[in-house]
Design a protein around this ligand. Structure first.
Ligand code: SF4
Ligand code: SF4
Length: 210
């Protein structure tokens, strides 16, 4: 066999009926233990192994162009058990939970729920970045009074510099009645704080159904 023939044969294996290998649903590479872990972390309705790599989810995702693993690729990586790439992916933090992917997926994979579950696991595994820091500060602020006070959040996250930078926008919003210049609280902050603390104590951080 000539070199040319052998290269052509290799190319044929890389592209089967026009499906690129990075889209190939390869049953023998399915990693069920990773899928189970995702389901246990809150994605129990997600049919990860039913994904046929059609790409409808990524096609409709408003943030896909910024993601290193758009939803289709993320699901494929989970199927294959490439866990490190999955929990280090910026997709977890760029997903805005709009659920477009889940509503359009023809196979019931529910990518947005998969992403939420993987995010929980990533936090449990100690992944830290600006998004996890923001999430942490956001929850702490909400826990205080039950209602977010945006200038306080801005200060806690970005310091005085961020507060001053956003001040002109804040003033405009306050003048239009869209932002209160003073903090508000729920009627019974103590009960609210207990509820949040109980929720955080559950293994998945999600509310339990009675
Ligand atoms: S839309 Fe559903 S089936 Fe298609 S690639 Fe995305 S997750 Fe897989
Ligand atoms: S839920 Fe997340 S992954 Fe799905 S379409 Fe919206 S931003 Fe994209």
């Amino acid at each position: 066999m000539t070199t040319l023939q052998s290269t052509a044969k290799k190319k044929k294996h890389k592209c089967f009926f026009g499906i690129k290998t990075d889209r190939q649903v390869d049953g023998d590479r399915m990693n069920n233990s990773f899928q189970k872990r995702v389901r246990d972390a809150g994605g129990k309705a997600a049919a990860i192994d039913a994904c046929m790599q059609c790409g409808t989810c990524s096609g409709g995702c408003p943030n896909a162009d910024k993601m290193d693993l758009p939803p289709r690729s993320l699901v494929l990586m989970i199927q294959r058990g490439e866990w490190e790439a999955v929990i280090k992916s910026n997709t977890l933090w760029l997903c805005s939970s709009c659920h477009t992917c889940t509503s359009r997926c023809p196979r019931g994979v529910r990518p947005s729920e998969v992403i939420e579950a993987v995010k929980t696991i990533a936090i449990q595994e100690g992944i830290q970045n600006n998004s996890t820091r923001f999430n942490q500060i956001f929850v702490e602020q909400i826990q205080k009074r039950g209602i977010l006070f945006e200038p306080e959040l801005m200060y806690a996250y970005g310091g005085i510099e961020a507060l001053l930078q956003q001040a002109p926008l804040g003033i405009q919003l306050a003048l239009k009645g869209k932002l209160s210049p003073l903090p508000h609280k729920v009627k019974d902050p103590k009960t609210f704080q207990t509820g949040i603390a109980n929720l955080r104590a559950t293994p998945t951080g999600k509310a339990q159904t009675p």
